[in-house]
Design a protein around this ligand. Sequence first.
Ligand code: LR7
Ligand code: MN
Length: 591
Amino acid sequence: FYGKVIIFVLVALCFILYLKVQPASDEFPLPVRVRPAALRHRSQERYLDEGENEIRPVTVSPYEQIIQLDLKKQDPSLGNKGAAVHLHGAAKARGDKIYKKIALNEELSEQLSYNRTVGDHRNPLCLAQKYDDPGTLPTASVIIIFYNEPYSVLVRTVHSTLNTCNQKALKEVILVDDGSDNAELGGKLDHYTRTRFPSGKVTILRLKNRLGLIRARLAGARIASGDVLIFLDAHCEANVGWCEPLLQRIKDSRTSVLVPIIDVIDANDFQYSTNGYKSFQVGGFQWNGHFDWVNLSEREKLRQSRECSQPREICPAYSPTMAGGLFAMDRRYFWEVGSYDEQMDGWGGENLEMSFRIWQCGGTIETIPCSRVGHIFRDFHPYKFPNDRDTHGINTARMALVWMDEYINVFFLNRPDLKFHADIGDVTHRVMLRKKLRCKSFDWYLKNVYPEKFVPNKNVKAWGRIKAVHANLCADDLLSNNEKPYNLGLYPCGKELQKSQLFSYTKSQVLRNEISCATVQHSSSPPYRIVMVPCLENDDYNEQWKYENQQLVHSNTGMCLDHEGLKSMDDAQVAPCDLTSETQRWIIGHE
Ligand code: LR7
Ligand code: MN
């Protein structure tokens, strides 16, 4: 009996051993059958790694095979100099499908060479610029953070950096993986980095969990050793010679924080496009805490001509804010001036925080026109936010509490939802930082750095709602896009003052909101609608209104704001003035 038991146990053991050595074929696919889709999850992939040595001698790593297939898929004749590429047939269908899902045509990206060029879009004046010998410029650590970015797009970003940034000046490229779970960004990227990038230049820092882009950048900055940190998003391609102008400027001016001109790479056809080399925009902000682009002011152009010895068009241009993703900064200065608020989670808000902090604490933000980098702008975020929270809003509220002083009221007027938000947390350590660095006030910032920025309750005769005296109707932008002209509307006045009903009547008698000024539509017969058009830089050039006897009189036409026969959601109109009319009486105020 015991003999039988022993034999049975032995057979069982052998069987177990056999199972261990011979995993099911789909758990350990033969190298040739491994396709990226089979490697979708990290957990699966790790199993592959563990098994590799014990099971059979693999002569060519499966990653190598996939990478070679990837390279075969590429057509080096496509998309060069940043030309648009249009797919056809089945490939187009695949491209459209993935585009809907991740707001980026990954199918096309996989067909474009990693080394495609995007053309040289610099101002020709840049070509005559002389920079110090690259060996004597500060060295650069390029930090690229990514969370589940398409593999081919990320790899192209690294190649582009290596191809276009001066090799002597480029000390290292640090990729920070913010806890991605897309398996292609795991072992395959490791293998690609080991075998395809010049040895030692590119490193990957893997964060165990997703920490959000702010803390991911901090993690990268901590291990960087170059003199200058250059941050990039994981979907960028640069023009030649973009590094030297940045490094030179920082060599000459250590507390200048620099942004290249950011060009647009189309997320669908990968076309590289610019606004031409003659003009570019700089960073602004809106009172709701969002970044926006604004034209270079005439005031700044004068300063450039006065203070810069080069042709003005290629001089550093002071920028009130920066977009946040692409910038260069002296590494030590980055830490001295407070790096980032590491309590900011996810995405958003860090860009304005850093912008206001730099200016208020003695630095400058400058656009460097001879440095151009393209960025893929996506229509939506291909990822979720941690716990589905509005991290942009929460982070921005943290920023406002530390840096905006009394102007925080204007921010909360635009974002009442954030005023008592439970997740904002404590900002004491950032307030202490501001004290330690003896930073200037937000009022100083507005007066000296961004005087063009309209403040709804400064230099005004009245601000708040434009409310009909004899009806519950208020002027309302009906949430129209502020950048283009739109018709002013009427809507029931809200219980509280809300952003869409927030208007100012300025000392120069202009009726406006943050971006747009009220004009009257040219028309030979009624209705004479009120059109909101982007305000001109100088308030005096905007159309004027007189406010007398509770009437709002448009100066050019001599007509009055009138809601006769109008109801909620109708366009606001003017009509011939009539002092006896009840529907022409309005109150401007914030009670
Ligand atoms: O949780 C995350 N972890 C990350 O590592 C979320 C994102 N990321 C990575 C991501 O993979 C990417 O490489 O962070 C980078 C930026 O994320 P995007 O590309 O989704 O952001 P964006 O380009 O839409 O947004 C802009 O504003 C952000 C505010 O937090 C950041 O500052 C971005 O860097 C910034 N991008 C730019 O400034 C490029 C110019 C575009 C403009 C305007
Ligand atoms: Mn981006």
